[in-house]
Write a protein of this length. Sequence first.
Length: 299
Amino acid sequence: MTTISFFHCSPAIIRDTPGLGDDLRGAGVNTLEMQVYRSPANDPDYTTWEREWEKSAGAEIDWCVREGWDFIGRLDDAVRTRPEQIAMAGLPETLYHVGTRTAASGRCHGIEVCDEMNPSPGEYTYLQGFIDRWVDADGPPLAFPGWAPQRYERMIGSCGYISRQWDWWNRKTYAARLKAVKNALVSLPNDNRRVCLMIPVVGAWYSERDGKPGVSPGDVKWNKGMTPTGIRNLMRAARKMVAPREIQYRLYGYHPPFWNKEIAEAKPGHLGRLQRGVSRALDAKRWEAVLEVCKTITG
C-alpha cells in the first residue's frame, strides 16, 4: 500500500479549513501528521502531565479515530534538545503512555521521531532509554528522519521503518533533485522495511542567504517550486528505487496559517527561510494539480 501525507496537515488544520478534508480524501490522501508528545518540563508530576496531554494530543488521536483518519506521529518535544531529553528521561512513563495510546488507536502508521535532532555522543543514553521505554509500550514503529539518520539506526537497531530527507531546497532542477533522492537512498539497509521519503512540493521559497542582505521579503522575487509533472515523476522514480519495499510519501508541505504570519512580520535583514507551501487559498490551480498527482500515485 502506498500512503501520502502533507507536512503541517494536522487534525486542527483539517477542522479549521472548510473543504480540505474532502480535497485530500478525494485525492486518496487519508493520513495526517501531528505532534503526539508533550514535554513534561513544566509539569510538577506525571498526573498533571497526563491530564494536559489528554486535552491536547490525546484528544487529537481520539478525533482521528472518530473521523476515520490515519496519522503519522512526531516526537520532537521528547528528544529535539538536551533539556527536553532530560525532562523526558525524568518521567519515562510519559513515553509509555504515548506509545500505548498511539498503538491502541489502530490509526498510527508510524512515528517520525525528530527531523532536526543532532545530539552529541554523551546524549545517546537518553535516546537509548527512550527506545527501551517505547519498546516496553509496544508503540508504533519508529523512524529517525533528518540529515544523518543512519547513525541512530545503527546505534539503536530497532527502527521499525526507514525515513529519509535531503536538502532539496537548494536543488534548482528536477535532475538535481532526482540525484539527491538517489544519494539519500544509497544508505538503505538491506532489508524489506517500509521506506518513508519526504518529497518537495513547496510553491516557492525565499531566503536572504540566496539574495541580497538588508532587503524586505516584499522586495524579493520568490523562487518557483517544482512543477506538478516534476513532483509526479520524482515520486514515481522514488517508488521504483525502493521497490519492492512499501513506500510512504511525506509531501512538504501544506501551507499553514502561521507561515503567512512569518512572511508578513519578517523584518528587513531577516536571515531565516521563509516558505510558501501549497493550499487552495494560496494557489487554487497549483493545489488542484498537486491533488491530481496524488490521485495518480494512490490510484
